[in-house]
Design a binder for this molecule. Structure first.
Ligand code: CMP
Length: 143
């Protein structure tokens, strides 16, 4: 199986709950490795651009407000089948519907304040990684 990279955000609700370690522990226990990580406070323009695909959705404005309310941790995760694996470890978008033991079940609050974001496909993973991390930066972090 191919080694892939995916992109993850530990969202403001999870950072506020002091569970950066708890979230990361689940990612690592699931076989993923953090290969890049940075805490950032998103600007409104950054959050709008990152979630532009949702701009016609009724929840877009609230989502942008939520994602800018406090710092987040942006990460690049690596592992076998990392994109799908990360989605399994995160659980369903709505924490109420997420399986037991998943990040969103354990640390999410509701469909908006759902603790983490993860890329949904190889194309979005590449675009989302490039949105936050330069190739030069990633090269310096090679192990
Ligand atoms: P995420 O995986 O970051 O991708 C888009 C985000 O929009 C999603 O997680 C949720 O935080 C939010 N979202 C998705 N659907 C809804 C919804 N129906 N109501 C409010 N927020 C939503």
């Amino acid at each position: 199986m191919a080694i892939e990279r995916t992109f993850s955000i530990i969202k403001p609700d999870a950072v506020k709950k002091n569970v950066i370690g708890g979230v990361t522990q689940k990612l690592e226990a699931g076989g993923l490795r953090v290969v890049a990580s940075r805490m950032v406070r998103l600007t409104e323009a950054q959050a709008k651009a990152f979630y532009a695909v949702h701009k016609e959705r009724p929840f877009y404005k609230d989502l942008v407000a939520f994602m800018t309310e406090g710092p987040v941790v942006v990460q690049v995760l690596e592992g076998e089948n990392a994109i799908l694996k990360n989605r399994e470890i995160m659980g369903a978008t709505n924490p109420e519907k997420a399986d037991a033991g998943t990040i969103r079940k354990e640390f999410g609050t509701n469909i908006e304040r759902n603790a983490v974001h993860g890329s949904d496909a190889p194309e979005t993973a590449a675009a989302e990684i490039a949105f936050f991390f330069s190739g030069a930066e990633l090269a310096t972090l090679e192990r």
